[in-house]
Design a binder for this molecule. Sequence first.
Ligand code: NDP
Length: 291
Amino acid sequence: MAAQLIDGQAIANQIQQEIKEQVAARVAAGKTVPGLATVLVGGDPASAMYVSMKQKRCAKVGITSFHVELPADISQEALEKKVADLNADPKVHGILVQLPLPKGLDEERVLQAIDINKDVDGFHPLNIGRLAQKGREPVFLPATPAGCIELLIRSGVKMEGANAVVLGRSNIVGMPVALLLVERNATVTICHSRTKDLPGLIRQADILIAAVGRAEMVKGDWLKEGVVIIDVGTNKIETDDEKGYKWVGDVDFEAASKVAAMITPVPGGVGPMTIAMLLQNTLKAAALADG
Ligand code: NDP
């Protein structure tokens, strides 16, 4: 059986088109243009690249982006003051502080300083706390986990009653995606570095979300026939060709494709969805600010 490809790029393009139309409709109705502030602290090239990608995508859908670049040695107080200024700026509907922050800065305090109605990254402790509580609604969902769920929804995958295995328990992917699956009535097993018999647990999965950051760790014979795989992993490995490297996921794609019912490619799976969900959150933030 050859697995059906879950084309994250195509789905993200479709979502971005929907957002573009909604932004245009807002503006035509005389409402404010949605605005996203990106805050980059220090000069980490990967973080700078992610921020620049987010700004470009904002421009494509008609969202204004405001960029704030701050030195790595900025004080905690000065950074929180910058966040407070953005909280008070009516043109800014969403605030994204690019993580990780340089050493010495307290990430949790910075995230807590963001107005919960502008927390488009969904990492404010209140948003995460609500996600973990039954019947409580977070204002925003974190982008990558929300992107994983959106891929399942738009691919017609039934989560209710499914055995879902989440490989990884990080704050930004594994844990929130597990909470979102529970919310959708899946039965969830969360695996991590101390889990015993990983292959045995993964073999029980109807849905596997892999977010471990280890190139092609999940082998074909760890999988149940007909499993749906969302591979969040983004790992750079060396190759012999001219380019010298390629990106692979946490799952051995070739072997998994022979067993799975559906699978996301890397790249072109979860990655494009992360920014699409961020744009969706920014649009929602603008609507919240309308009152
Ligand atoms: P982290 O390093 O924060 O977390 C990795 C998790 O995997 C941890 O919970 C860790 O367990 C677990 N783990 C590590 N090694 C093993 C092992 N051998 N067996 C079982 N579990 C293990 O990573 P992130 O969650 O931030 O990212 C995961 C992957 O997703 C990365 O490749 C990253 O690049 C990618 N990513 C992709 C995004 C996208 O938009 N496509 C966005 C964000 C991340 P423990 O808790 O015990 O240490």
